[in-house]
Design a protein. Structure first.
Length: 192
């Protein structure tokens, strides 16, 4: 069994601003070249926060990964020496990575607080194993039912249960409003 990774003192979390839709490539590149560029003593972890979202298109439910913070990647690294001077090797490696616009904070980036990273990890863990609907609905919003016995009827959302992914929708049947429980994917937003 290998020894646990020893992270030297001075390691801090920094946010990188990336080009749109290049976050995963930035993460993969940095992880791939840490050893090749001999940066094992400087870069320890790359974090790209995501969650699983689902939507129904043409009657088929599809799940995909969605970034919790589009345009950002987080890196646990040693960027400053004991005297607070930027270490050139990791600084230029990260800055020159294709897809990275800059460190958040510019030429003298401030590290993130541990509590900020803990919050991000908590959001990721909370969404782990759960599918979040791609579209978020609101109470009293008008929707069209796209599946089930009430297909093609319009209704109004009365209750939302995000944990179960269910909605209570009032549907007018024979002039009376009847509450119907539906899953998020069984309705779609009515657009004007």
């Amino acid at each position: 069994m290998s020894a646990p990774l020893q992270i030297p003192s001075g390691a801090q979390w920094f946010a990188l601003h990336t080009l749109s839709n290049k976050e995963a490539k930035v993460k993969k590149y940095i992880e791939k070249f840490i050893s090749i560029e001999e940066l094992d003593d400087f870069v320890f972890e790359v974090l790209l926060p995501t969650e699983t979202v689902s939507e129904v298109k043409q009657g088929k439910k599809k799940s995909q990964e969605r970034k919790l913070m589009p345009g950002y990647v987080f890196v646990h690294m040693r960027l400053y020496d004991e005297n607070g001077k930027i270490l050139n090797k990791p600084w230029y490696f990260i800055r020159e990575t294709t897809g990275v616009i800059s460190f958040v904070g510019g030429e003298r980036p401030s590290p993130l607080r541990d509590s900020e990273i803990a919050d991000i990890r908590a959001r990721m863990e909370a969404s782990d194993g759960k599918e979040t609907p791609k579209i978020q609905y609101e109470i009293e919003e008008e929707v069209k039912i796209t599946d089930g016995p009430f297909l093609n009827l319009n209704g109004r959302i009365d209750e939302i249960d995000p944990d179960k992914g269910k909605l209570k929708v009032s549907v007018s049947i024979f002039g009376r409003f009847t509450p119907v429980e539906l899953e998020y994917w069984q309705v779609e937003r009515i657009t004007d």
